[in-house]
Write a protein that binds this ligand. Structure first.
Ligand SMILES: Cc1cc2nc3c(=O)[nH]c(=O)nc-3n(C[C@H](O)[C@H](O)[C@H](O)COP(=O)(O)OP(=O)(O)OC[C@H]3O[C@@H](n4cnc5c(N)ncnc54)[C@H](O)[C@@H]3O)c2cc1C
Ligand code: FES
Length: 256
């Protein structure tokens, strides 16, 4: 992990108020894989804190990374206006990312909304795995990264405004197929209610394969020093730092 100067190569709207930026790194980054994130400045002096985003794609040499972001507040609004050639500072790669066991062959990805972002580079990180991705979006206009994900995963998509007869969301889509698919593990990223629905289903249906969630808490430093991002442990009296200990945790180990 290191801080480096980056130059925006591309920054364009890919869905409704959702952008993807490509950054050229001044110094190549080592050890990037899916589920890791970056902290990036937003291009003016008035926002001191960098903003965290999942790495949505990267090249093999570590010279280019992409991140996909939804305009939420002032920082992302500023980012969305930045032109190609703008110089920013970024710290990357951060966090543990998705660490997949070599014996897992078939893996379910569950993502809601911007929760798809950390999965964009999964096919590069793990080209030998069979992924099935269950994705939920608000509506078709909010759909992003599905083309990229379809290159390495079988896709199932559901929209909040067009629920299917047997599934209103990505968790239900997954549960409909779980019994017949023989998955070795589950990876999930999305809003907290999605994690809770998945946790309940795992308990009720006695699903006993490993399941990991990627958390997105508000962050300060992004490197483990400020404790802004702490989250309670579920089985012990203590906290974890989402930025440094995560953002990926076994679902049973964190309070959701
Ligand atoms: C590890 C990690 C990975 C993330 N990956 C992505 C990603 O790939 N794409 C993406 O669009 N967003 C991602 N986020 C959320 C993103 O960091 C925030 O949306 C962004 O920082 C908001 O900045 P802002 O200045 O525009 O908003 P602010 O003005 O700071 O806040 C605007 C709104 O966004 C909410 N918000 C702010 N920070 C976060 C946060 N860290 N998590 C959730 N909500 C937040 C606030 O509660 C508020 O409602 C990620 C967050 C983390 C911690
Ligand atoms: S953001 Fe500072 S410790 Fe995690």
């Amino acid at each position: 992990m290191k801080e480096t100067k980056v130059i925006i190569e591309k920054n364009s709207e890919v869905a409704d108020s959702i952008y993807e930026a490509t950054l050229l790194l001044d110094e190549p980054a080592q050890d990037i894989w899916a589920g890791k994130f970056l902290n990036v400045s937003v291009g003016d002096g008035s926002h001191i804190l960098k903003r965290p985003f999942g790495i949505s794609d990267y090249d093999a040499k570590g010279e280019k990374v992409k991140f996909c972001y939804q305009v939420r507040g002032e920082g992302t609004e500023k980012l969305s206006k930045l032109k190609c050639g703008t110089e920013l500072m970024a710290t990357l790669p951060l966090g543990n990312g998705f660490l997949l066991d070599k014996n897992w062959k078939k893996i379910a990805i569950l993502a809601g909304g911007m929760g798809v972002c950390p999965f964009g580079g999964m096919g590069k990180s793990y080209p030998d795995k069979h992924f099935v991705a269950y994705l939920g979006f608000r509506n078709k206009k909010a759909e992003c990264l599905t083309k990229r994900i379809s290159r390495f995963a079988d896709l199932r998509i559901v929209y909040d405004d067009e629920p299917l007869e047997n599934a209103k969301n990505a968790v239900e889509l997954f549960l409909n197929e779980y019994e017949s698919e023989n998955f070795d593990a589950i990876l999930c990223c999305g809003p907290k209610p999605m994690f809770r629905a998945l946790k309940n289903a795992i308990e009720n249906r006695k699903i006993d394969i490993p399941c990991f969630v990627s958390l997105e808490e508000r962050m300060g430093c992004g490197v483990g020093a400020c404790l802004v991002c702490v989250c309670k442990q579920a089985k012990a009296e203590g906290n974890v730092r989402v930025c440094k200990d995560g953002p990926v945790f076994p679902i049973s180990e964190v309070e959701l």
